[in-house]
Design a protein around this ligand. Structure first.
Ligand SMILES: *Cc1c(COP(=O)(O)O)cnc(C)c1O
Length: 336
């Protein structure tokens, strides 16, 4: 039976044999007591890799971002965030529900940035009519786009000059680093905290790390416990995350190359409008009237996509060049 090719997201990867071996060999302890040596190693390794004082392992990126928002902001505070940002749109309103923190969403520019003038103009004056503006939250990559380094420097500088803290939702920040050919330390410079997903393109089964100063991470650990994220022998999953950081960053280039190749081939087909991928994510506009027929063909040929008129395609380590070639043939036959 043909293997399924799943291009809905880079969250779908399974742990490789080598990662499973690392998981199997993991030394564990009770992490709520701080006794899990593998979790501790992951946190130390991540802090050093990204150039932060400390780190905390969280079960998901949603929780990791929430820990950051809760640690940066209090009741009645607000954070500036892009309209398209995950922390605003796709995290169930957690900061508002659980932290009484108000988002101030701001339109994203075409490159995914928030205009510097918008950042400046949305910071509220010190007046009891307004929520207190405490934090600027950016995302990199954002829908597969890489924020320019110069922009990040200017935006974080502006925020700091105005007395705000800065958080990066860096779920896919390693894709951004690989794209620009810079180190994890360089790509996260200027941020007071960064959340990194281990379970996306890096290929670990579960988990994210939140990075920050020692006192900030201490505060985040308190919130993590309160939210039910204090895990016991979590070394079992942390081992996969550690393996991912140690081995899987440079290979993200393959995912970017596969996305560029796939997008290029799709762009040649009649009726399809294809965005140019910067990293491992791109979008294909597909005419409404062919969607049902295409869905049936994809089911038969064991290709999984979140099909819509604007279909997002995501490449990852379990989507080989051969599998992409197979998908190109299927699309070519359908649209040819
Ligand atoms: C996936 C993702 C998250 C959240 O991660 P989960 O582990 O799915 O909760 C946060 N931000 C961005 C940009 C993401 O892509």
């Amino acid at each position: 039976m043909m293997e399924w090719l799943d291009l809905r997201s880079d969250t779908v990867t399974r742990p490789s044999a080598a990662m499973c071996a690392a998981i199997n060999a993991a030394d564990v302890g009770d992490d709520v007591y701080g006794d899990d040596p593998t979790v501790n190693r992951l946190q130390e390794y991540a802090a050093d890799l990204f150039g932060f004082e400390d780190a905390v392992f969280a079960p998901s990126g949603t929780q990791s971002n929430l820990l950051a928002l809760l640690a940066h902001c209090g009741r009645g505070d607000e954070y500036l965030v892009g309209q398209e940002a995950h922390t605003y749109r796709y995290e169930g309103g957690g900061a508002a529900v659980l932290g009484s923190i108000q988002p101030q969403p701001i339109i994203n520019q075409a490159d995914g940035s928030i205009a510097l003038a918008d950042i400046a103009s949305y910071i509220k004056p010190d007046d009891f009519h307004f929520a207190r503006t405490k934090l600027l939250a950016l995302e990199n990559t954002i829908n597969g786009r890489v924020l320019p380094m110069e922009y990040v420097q200017q935006a974080t500088q502006l925020a700091h000059d105005k007395g705000l803290s800065t958080h990066l939702d860096g779920a896919r920040v390693c894709n951004a680093a690989v794209k620009l050919g810079v180190s994890p330390r360089e790509i996260t410079r200027g941020f007071d905290s960064v959340s990194v997903c281990l379970s996306k393109g890096l290929g670990a089964p579960v988990g994210s790390v939140l990075l920050g100063t020692r006192p900030f991470i201490k505060e985040a650990k308190r919130w993590r416990k309160m939210l039910g994220g204090g895990m016991r022998q979590a070394g079992v999953i942390a081992a996969g995350g550690l393996y991912a950081l140690e081995h899987n960053i440079p290979r993200l280039q393959e995912d970017h190359d596969n996305a560029a190749y796939f997008a290029g081939e799709l762009a040649k087909m009649k009726g399809l409008k294809v965005s140019t991928p910067q990293t491992n994510i791109f979008y294909v506009d597909i005419p409404q009237f062919v969607l049902k027929g295409l869905e049936d063909v994809l089911e038969l040929t064991r290709i999984r996509l979140s099909l819509s008129q604007r279909t997002r395609i995501v490449t990852h380590m379990d989507a080989s060049r051969d599998a992409i070639d197979r998908a190109i043939t299927v699309f070519g036959d359908f649209f040819g």
